[in-house]
Design a protein around this ligand. Sequence first.
Ligand code: ARG
Length: 577
Amino acid sequence: MSIKTLLEQRVRAAMQAAEIPDNCPANITISTRPEFGDFQANGAMGAAKKLKTNPRELAQKILEHLDLSGIADNIEIAGPGFINIHLSHSFLGEQLQKQSDQPLGRSEVEEKTIVVDYSSPNLAKEMHVGHLRSTIIGDAVARTLEYLGHNVIRQNHMGDWGTQFGMLIAELEEQLGEGEQADLALGDLEVFYQQSKKHFDEDSGFAEKARDYVVKLQSGDNHCLTLWKQFINTSVAHSEAIYRDLNVTLQHTDIKPESAYNDDLAKVINDLKQQQLIVEDQGAQVAFLEELADKKGNPSPVIVQKSGGGYLYATTDLAALRYRSGVLNADRVLYFIDARQSLHMKQVFTLAKKAGFVNESILLEHHPFGTMMGKDGKPFKTRSGGTVKLTDLLKESVERASKLVAEKNPAASDEDIAGIAQKVGIGAVKYADLSKTRTNDYIFDWDTMLSFEGNTAPYLQYAYTRIISIFRKAELDVSTFKGNINITETKEKALALKLVQFGEILQQVADEAYPHILCNYLYEIASAYMAFYEQCPILKANIKQEIKESRLALSLIVADTLAKGLELLGIEIMEKM
Ligand code: ARG
């Protein structure tokens, strides 16, 4: 149980004894300044308002019934009726000790089946920076949910179907006809896409063939399907190479692309029709959703079938939802998609619920994110204005990191530098993204993200290696070290207070799907550790064995917390840097 929950229970019990009704919460918060204690109970004010009595007197009454023996060594009333709670050093020490004896930050959870839809690139083109955010934010949240004990099912809803593929396979056919090998022709998907687009725009015969191929593909023509599979396989391989470089947990088996739902689409339309949820409008099948009407009262239109009979992005998402609820038995479905698709998600969720495609208690959550901007404040582009390929971006990051690492360690071998640079470079790109509130746009800036100071991956990775080097210097093995924690100094207490919050932070990330909460927390831990390290020497000759041991034990929990936190963010650590 977290300290906050424990305090909540105790204060509520005291409120009960003081005859304050159940609907008045204890309202426990973490104090913002040390003079206000470590935690405060703010519930007296709210309760006094309801009961129309004096809040300070009510706080006094609560205090008379409040039993925090063994937990706090000082409780006082401040201001209009705040109850400031100063935890005792021994209690904090015990809590930390308990925490480090079990998997860090984990507690009993009610296991849920949680589907996480993330990455989901379109396979017509190479993965570009637009897919970076979904991939790494989704992965961090999936890892966290899994660590907390949930049954996480990753779904990579890749875009592998649609009109573009007619053009692409027609182009592939021509290039293969000229003796080109498929993987060579598709070595650079961006170039290939441009070539086929040009071909399509300039050659009407080719354009006609491309349109014909779409129809053939959709009706299961063997020749077209073979070409399409060749294209898809190559494109998927491109994405998977990036997942490996990025240290993302997505596996081949997590891919459930749009085409996987092809056979369900006609059924989706039929069901909607039978329930009279769609009508024909200018030849198309459309649902008009009153629930999402605009200010003037016009219902929100969702086209689920085009006039020519073709299906749309929304149709596939409806089929996917039915599968996720009905077959995967999801309790919760999380979508990590660009904020520009917010309306689409709302429409799909609303229509799926109305049509009974999902069970009633399911939680459907779109977790949107903003755009990655260049230093000029415009969407991130190459110097010539093109989209930045993810591969190129990651390569550049590792190269930059490699230069920095070599500067810092002139004596290190090339092999060591390459190993460290990979983790630092990739970590920096990921952390720069994860550490920003995801709903905002953010500015991509190499110098800040690769800095060894501030709220960055290199800073946290470095903080970790520093602790490991203390153990190395002391000739102690981190995997077997055990020490009694005995808190005496203020910086020790501040650090311990932060450390015991790890579980709550993870829970918050799991509930709200905002990884920056974990990033900020880790940064605060590293900063609190630096402050502790300055005030509380560890290996100095005059330090008593008992104190040394306690400080080493604290250091080790910091290292473990940083390591686990970074792992959940998908960022690798190392022993030396
Ligand atoms: N392929 C889409 C895109 O690149 C994202 C798909 C997200 N997932 C979903 N179920 N709609 O924009």
